[in-house]
Design a protein around this ligand. Structure first.
Ligand code: NDP
Length: 403
């Protein structure tokens, strides 16, 4: 039994909220608060009309860039946990408000200053002592990647290995939305991520690559053969510290030929820049303008077919012998849409967000301070993945990504 305040009401939040309502024994009360209140009201109406949940839903408007507004809202609603599903730019203001009100905090993406396109954990890790002193828990990165990938790593370390030396995280979206170019989650965040330099973690430090410089192919179960590209990704930073004995971690994502052709063209003409420019006497940021003309990710749900397959291939040692082990989940876009009204990319992030919030809210994961997800006991999370729509699969003899 608990109360959650959910901030943001976009693609990921809509799934997390739907799932909180399915888990109505734990989430007895939720408040949905976002910049555009009408979106919160529409979702509340949709859930109440579907009639499957006893969760009491309230809605509010909040500007999560403003700490005072957040503090007022948290103080009046008194949630057991705040689930931040707005954008990475709001992480620190929401953490400040949680500190001021002594409320637990959960998010799915690490802080990124709006004007530098560089995401790192250092800003959020700097809150560790203050959260500890306040006696509250901050769970960072409870989406799929980061999120389930960290839980998979903790689970593999606990049950399958004495030591993990190599992790390859493979994020495959085999979905087709029929547009020549669209992004499956917030376009601004997505394009900032994929147009940045790549990097991987090796022997205690990052090795940087040019964007999309390292390219391989991999055959994914239930999806087929795909091109995969090495990207920098935020969980590399925390897993590099939290997995003892780790020598290398790489992150690969699939991209189709049409997506890359359009992205390269947009980069070449300057449309992905975050440097403000003057346009008809008004300052605009090209990437924000691009976001405004691209399809809204929320509109992709009905038209996306196919599956995602996301997981981790681990290589390490067990009882003195070399061992390989692959943990992954396959999620069907149309099934996710039929259940929640959102496609699988929002679904695979929203379900773990609800699970992380539930474990913090009910005290299973109660550890005052600021922690990444792999620092908690993975077992209750793994059980809940199976119970709430993201069952995991194992392969004890996986094909490895070529060197
Ligand atoms: P959307 O753009 O669909 O939704 C963002 C929501 O946040 C919108 O409702 C928006 O309001 C709201 N918002 C933005 N700014 C503010 C503000 N200042 N105050 C209050 N509300 C605000 O994004 P997604 O749902 O796709 O992504 C949500 C988060 O999930 C992002 O941080 C993203 O990085 C993360 N993510 C994590 C993944 C993982 O696996 N870990 C994978 C995919 C996403 P409005 O409606 O007014 O625009």
């Amino acid at each position: 039994m608990g109360r959650a305040l959910i901030i943001g009401c976009g693609g990921v939040a809509s799934v997390a909220i739907w799932k909180c309502c399915q888990n109505d024994k734990e989430f007895t009360d939720i408040m949905i608060a976002s910049r555009t209140k009408s979106k919160c009201d529409d979702l509340k109406k949709r859930i109440e009309e579907a009639g499957f949940s006893k969760t009491r839903i309230e809605t509010a408007r909040v500007d999560a860039d403003k700490v005072e507004e957040l503090v007022d809202l948290i103080s009046s609603y008194k949630p057991d946990v705040v689930l931040n599903l707005a954008l990475p730019y709001q992480d620190l203001t929401i953490m400040d408000a949680c500190l001021a009100t002594k409320t637990n905090y959960v998010d799915t993406a690490n802080y990124e200053p709006e004007d530098t396109a560089k995401f790192e954990y250092k800003w959020q890790w700097a809150y560790r002592e203050r959260f500890k002193e306040a006696g509250i828990t901050a769970l960072l990165g409870s989406g799929f990647d980061p999120g389930v990938t960290g839980v998979f790593s903790a689970y593999a370390l606990k049950h399958e290995f004495d030591e993990i030396n190599y992790i390859d995280i493979l994020d495959c979206n085999g979905g087709d939305h029929g547009y020549p170019f669209a992004t499956n989650f917030n376009p601004e965040i997505n394009i900032r991520e994929v147009s940045a330099n790549g990097s991987y973690w090796e022997d205690g430090h990052f090795i940087e690559t040019k964007p999309m410089e390292i390219h391989k192919t991999y055959h994914f179960k239930e999806v087929g053969e795909k091109d995969i590209y090495l990207l920098h990704h935020e969980e590399l930073e925390s897993l590099g510290i939290n997995i003892p004995g780790i020598k290398r971690i790489r992150f690969f994502m699939t991209f189709g030929e049409s997506y890359l052709r359009h992205l390269n063209c947009l980069i070449n003409v300057g449309m992905t820049s975050i440097e403000p420019i003057m346009f008809e006497e008004k300052e605009i940021v090209p990437l924000q303008f691009l976001k405004a003309v691209l399809p809204d990710p929320a509109s992709l749900g009905p038209r996306t077919v196919g599956k995602t397959n996301i997981g981790c291939i681990f290589r390490g040692k067990k009882d003195g012998k070399d061992k390989n082990y692959y943990l992954f989940n396959v999620c069907d876009h149309q099934e996710a849409y039929k259940e929640t009204g959102a496609q699988a990319v929002s679904y695979t992030t929203g379900v773990p967000a609800m699970i992380g919030a539930s474990l913090v809210m009910n005290g299973t994961w109660n550890k005052p301070g600021v922690y990444n997800i792999e620092e908690f006991d993975p077992d209750p999370f793994m059980d809940r993945l199976n119970a709430f729509g993201l069952p995991w699969q194992e392969d004890r003899n996986p094909v490895l990504v070529e060197e």
